[in-house]
Ligand binder design. Structure first.
Ligand code: SME
Length: 167
């Protein structure tokens, strides 16, 4: 039985929980080569283990400057995101994590759910340092994500870099 990390966990408990989660993910995908299977496994584990993750998923680069949804967990997300749109597009374009405490302050935020209040989007690069996907996590809580989430999800993105396909 997985006990999800509560929103009000201490920074130390959050870091420890991430380390446990990433170790489990590393074990689960160690021998896996199928990219979609890897992404599906990552979403599943993250979504179940963090109580404040209300939408957890990937947008994959399917052609220059265009992303498509999935795999993901949570309510249905928008299917297509061009690089010039949304928080995901900003992460894909800048190769920088977007940590958004209040989505209402982010120009051109794409609201897949009216209940989303905060969001973090981390770019996933391949070995050629091309963006191959973004990891998008939404929360219905305000300012749900902090530097620990950023640091740990960026570490997860480096774990995926080794397995990411070339464009
Ligand atoms: N909020 C994202 C779109 C994806 S839905 O949140 C799942 C954005 O602004 O890019």
């Amino acid at each position: 039985m997985i006990t999800p990390l509560p929103r009000d966990a201490s920074s130390q408990d959050k870091r420890r929980h991430y380390q446990e989660t990433l170790k489990i993910i590393q074990h689960l995908i160690a021998e896996e080569r199928d990219w979609i299977t890897i992404l599906s496994t990552v979403c599943c584990e993250l979504h179940q283990r963090f109580d404040y993750f209300h939408w957890t998923g990937f947008y994959r680069v399917v052609e220059p400057a265009l992303m498509k949804a999935g795999p993901y967990q949570g309510g249905h997300g928008c299917l297509t995101i061009p690089f010039h749109r949304g928080v995901c597009g900003a992460a894909a374009t800048t190769h920088e994590t977007q940590l958004v405490e209040d989505v209402n302050t982010f120009t051109d935020h794409i609201a897949c759910s009216s209940t989303t209040q905060s969001e973090i989007v981390v770019p996933v690069l391949n070995k050629e340092n091309a963006v191959i996907a973004v990891l998008d996590v939404d929360s219905d809580l305000p300012a749900a994500f902090d530097q620990t989430d950023k640091e740990q999800l960026e570490y997860l993105a480096t774990m995926l870099k080794e397995k990411a396909p070339l464009l």
